[in-house]
Ligand binder design. Structure first.
Ligand code: FAD
Length: 297
């Protein structure tokens, strides 16, 4: 089912993100992760791709695996280092595999790799997909705190509108830790008359390695509450796991209470964390979406 139909059927869409294993890595661990995540009945599972490295090859394969487990897949697709021919062939491959949802991204530049002469921004990729022969449902990325390259959040939102007008039917947000940033972003979207649904991207900070990576790479603002949690439990794996899960659950419940259209969990291929969070959220999601749409704890 196209993800835009899910937004028509549900008040709040609930999903996970996974990343493919390295080309040389064992397939069995991701298979187990996808099977475990599927058993939690998310509305869909997205699968990332690299911006041009060898990782891209496994994205369609994992998307197909998700589909074979009975869950709708959303395949990420980047264009910053791809020409029209390469994108056309990726789209044909996805279509032939029965994948109908694509998250269209520019991607982050890889140093030393030639930039695309065909695509400079995600909006151009969205337009290309929309004009092509395959009826993909197209999602795009958005940034509640602004994209790091943008001059301002207002400028970023102007370009977000271009993505929506090019044909994106829903948005997945960058991770953030302060819900007020997301609410302000939603208000700015409304003021700019961007009407497509946006899912809030939430990353549970449950491991020291995530903490280091997220703080250095995402540029997300770290609220005092998170800083205290990190400094208190950084070297205490069990406590950090519990505290990180609790923070994520608390953050999501506030978002759902405020009526967000959905939540997308960046669970770093950790099915245990997904299960724990889903167990806590299941009654809340059931209440919002109705009995028949509950997610299995
Ligand atoms: P764009 O929408 O093109 O925006 C990039 C910058 O250009 C922004 O500052 C924007 O304001 C500006 N801009 C946009 N349009 C124009 C225009 N017409 N003229 C001038 N400026 C413009 N990366 C990966 O490599 N693989 C993944 O799987 C992946 N998944 C992601 C999933 C989500 C939900 C998110 C939020 C990000 C993901 N990323 C991924 C990271 C993403 O590729 C980077 O953030 C990248 O820098 C921007 O991609 P974009 O599609 O948002 O780009």
């Amino acid at each position: 089912m196209n993800i835009s139909n899910l937004f028509q059927q549900k008040k709040a869409v609930y999903s996970f993100e996974v990343f493919p294993p390295k080309p040389t890595a064992d397939y069995s661990s991701v298979l187990k992760t996808v099977q475990e995540l599927s058993s939690l009945s998310p509305d869909y599972i997205s699968v990332t791709c690299s911006a041009g490295g060898s990782g891209n090859a496994r994205t369609p394969e994992i998307a197909r695996l998700i589909k074979s487990c009975g869950v709708e897949p959303l395949a990420h697709l980047t264009c910053i280092h791809a020409d029209k021919g390469a994108i056309e062939s990726s789209l044909r491959n996805l279509h032939e595999l029965g994948i109908s949802n694509v998250l269209a991204l520019r991607g982050d530049r890889i140093e030393g790799v030639k930039e695309s002469a065909d695509f400079r921004h995600a909006s151009e990729l969205i337009e290309f997909i929309r004009k092509g022969p395959y009826p993909f449902d197209i999602a795009a990325a958005c940034y509640p705190e602004g994209h790091p390259e943008s001059d301002s959040l207002a400028a970023d939102i102007r370009f977000l509108k271009v993505k929506a007008e090019a044909g994106a039917s829903h948005l997945n947000s960058q991770l953030f830790f302060d819900n007020d940033d997301f609410y302000r972003f939603e208000d700015m979207m409304s003021a700019a008359d961007i009407r497509i649904p946006v899912q809030a991207g939430i990353m549970p900070l449950v491991k020291k390695s995530h903490v280091d990576r997220i703080i250095s790479l995402s540029g997300a603002k770290i609220p005092a509450k998170i800083s205290r949690m990190i400094s208190r439990f950084y070297d205490k794996p069990d406590a950090l796991m519990e505290a990180g899960i609790a923070y994520a659950v608390d953050q999501v419940i506030d978002l759902l209470s405020a009526g967000v259209r959905g939540v997308h969990l960046y669970i770093m291929n950790n099915a245990y964390v997904a299960r724990r969070i889903t167990e806590s959220l299941a009654p809340v999601l059931k209440e919002i979406n109705g009995e028949q749409n509950g997610h299995r704890p």
